[in-house]
Design a protein around this ligand. Structure first.
Ligand code: DCM
Length: 131
């Protein structure tokens, strides 16, 4: 069986990386992630990312490049991450999150990331403009 893909965005704006704190489900609530969600049938990863960031944060974002790699989430799910740039809008926690934070260079260790996001976050930080 192929794993279901979850896409997340390493969204950068003016040299800062966007982190989002989950409000659900209970076992993930309070932990921080790169925002995103499941790729739906017929969608590309990039399309899914654009849709998820629109739904969850109310912004238009442009995927830039896929960070090479694939990271396991819960059984049956893997995480793919794209770097992305904010095109318009101000991110707001509309769905699934209750707080957002822009992390400047050197600040990625200041939030409690979901364990499963840590390897992807490390890669995202390496690519952080000015980071
Ligand atoms: N998920 C994750 N890390 C991310 C994004 C999502 O571990 N950066 C997990 C949380 C859910 C699943 O993927 O178990 C689907 O995400 P969502 O509920 O946001 O669609």
């Amino acid at each position: 069986m192929t794993d279901r893909v979850v896409v997340a965005g390493a969204v950068y704006d003016r040299g800062r990386l966007l982190a989002a704190r989950r409000s659900s489900p209970p076992e993930l609530a309070g932990r921080w992630e790169l925002p995103g969600g499941k790729v739906e049938p017929g969608e590309s990863g990039e399309q899914a990312l654009v849709r998820e960031l629109r739904e969850e944060l109310g912004v238009e974002a442009e995927p830039l490049e896929r960070i090479p790699g694939e990271w396991p989430l819960k059984p049956g799910y893997v995480l793919h991450v794209w770097t992305a740039r904010l095109v318009s809008g101000v991110p707001a926690p509309l769905q699934d999150h209750d707080e957002l934070r822009w992390l400047g260079p050197g600040e990625s260790g200041t939030v409690d990331w979901l364990e499963q996001d840590l390897p992807a976050v490390a890669e995202a930080v390496r690519r952080q403009p000015g980071g």
